[in-house]
Design a protein around this ligand. Structure first.
Ligand code: UT7
Length: 335
């Protein structure tokens, strides 16, 4: 929407996160596949990740985040108008995991839907949610990124199983009180021509689950690592630089850069292209690994709790992932 047509700005008024208790170290993964702590650390930056128990669903994490968001902001479920859950690991094919969150937190007036954009899911979802605030249609929108990646991991494939973890994070969006804080600008993209370089082959309508698809291990995530790596390095930097430049900014104007956490080398390359001092980059890939739609809101919530953001600070979030999808959102912090 053009700047002049916006009725309101969508400000982030609360952040929260949930990480499962179970810690899985690189040493634990070494027992399952032919890998090493040294390879994983140096190639990705990952040291450990969290996994849910096998019988625990994604909604458990998303509901915990939703409840914590309400508690932190002093709201009740009835205050929420809309819930968007970004996920590629919903509890079920349908209904949406967002509906389970709606019920779980007693958001009795809210409508609710899931959004599937893999590792760009949170940037897509927060931008989508902001539109309902900006038009005046809604007062409070809850946006959650939640993924149980452990359910998609093939522990015979060392090229993927070392990379991911489980987790959830989220925000509440509300009308900015002073009109200055909130979502300033965004750029989002998709390119469906390269679906097969990062995907789960079976389980959808193209290849419904059969004994054969299970035997062929087609319900697990597959990735052409090097292809996605090159794409991610180029797009994370390109979209981040484009968004800050078109807003008349440079890297040093940003207080924090909250990137998708897939590989520390991808993040370092983007930060370098943006001329961003290292202390402005929020990193937690060492502890959480790649939690897909949850990486950005988990990192944001940690930075918020650590007091790294003050009113007026500029914050850039950038995601790149399956689809392929990518995008950035620029916020001014504050209510
Ligand atoms: O979040 C969604 C978007 N995803 C991403 O952004 C991930 C992008 N890709 C990456 O981060 C990297 O490509 C990986 C971390 C997945 C792989 O790192 P890489 O430096 O691109 O390694 P590679 O795939 O080129 O493999 C290098 C070598 C190969 O051995 P040879 O052929 O050189 O003998 C692999 O077989 O490393 C081997 N290798 C491993 N060795 C030990 C691959 N995985 C492992 C492993 N442990 N886990």
């Amino acid at each position: 929407m053009a700047e002049t047509e916006k009725k309101f700005r969508a400000a982030i008024t609360a952040t929260a996160r949930f990480l499962p208790d179970k810690v899985v170290t690189n040493a634990d993964i070494e027992k399952l596949v032919d890998t090493s702590d040294e390879w994983i650390r140096t190639r990705t930056g990952i040291v450990e990740r969290r996994f849910l128990e096998e019988d625990e669903p994604t909604s458990k994490m998303a509901i915990a985040v939703g409840a914590d968001l309400l508690r932190k902001r002093g709201l009740s479920g009835d205050d929420i108008d809309l819930i968007i859950v970004a996920t590629i690991t919903p509890d079920m094919v349908f209904p949406a995991t967002a509906c389970l969150v709606q019920h779980g937190i007693g958001a009795n007036r809210a409508w609710a839907y899931d959004l599937s954009a893999a590792c760009s899911g949170f940037v897509y979802a927060i931008t989508a949610g902001a539109q309902f605030i900006e038009t005046g249609a809604h007062r409070r929108v809850m946006v959650i990124g939640a993924d149980k990646m452990s359910m998609l991991l093939d522990f015979t494939d060392r090229t993927t199983c070392v990379l991911f973890g489980d987790g959830a994070g989220g925000v509440i969006l509300e009308r900015s009180e002073d009109g200055a804080a909130g979502l300033l600008d965004f750029e989002l993209y998709a390119d469906g021509s390269s679906v097969d370089c990062l995907y789960v082959k079976a389980g959808g309508s193209r290849a419904p689950a059969t004994h054969q698809t299970v035997d062929a291990r087609e319900h697990y995530v597959r990735q052409e690592g090097a292809t996605v790596f090159k794409f991610a390095v180029s797009k994370m930097a390109e979209v981040s630089v484009s968004l800050i430049e078109r807003n008349g900014l440079t890297g040093t104007d940003l207080k924090l850069f909250v990137p998708h956490q897939a590989n520390k080398r991808i993040i370092d390359a983007a930060a370098e292209r943006m001329d961003l001092p290292k202390d402005r980059v929020v990193l937690n890939i060492d502890r959480c690994a790649n939690t897909t739609a949850a990486t950005i809101p988990i990192a944001l919530s940690e930075a918020d709790d650590d007091g790294r953001l003050q009113s007026g600070d500029l914050l850039l979030m950038t995601g790149v992932g399956g689809g392929l999808t990518w995008g950035s959102a620029l916020f001014r912090w504050g209510h």
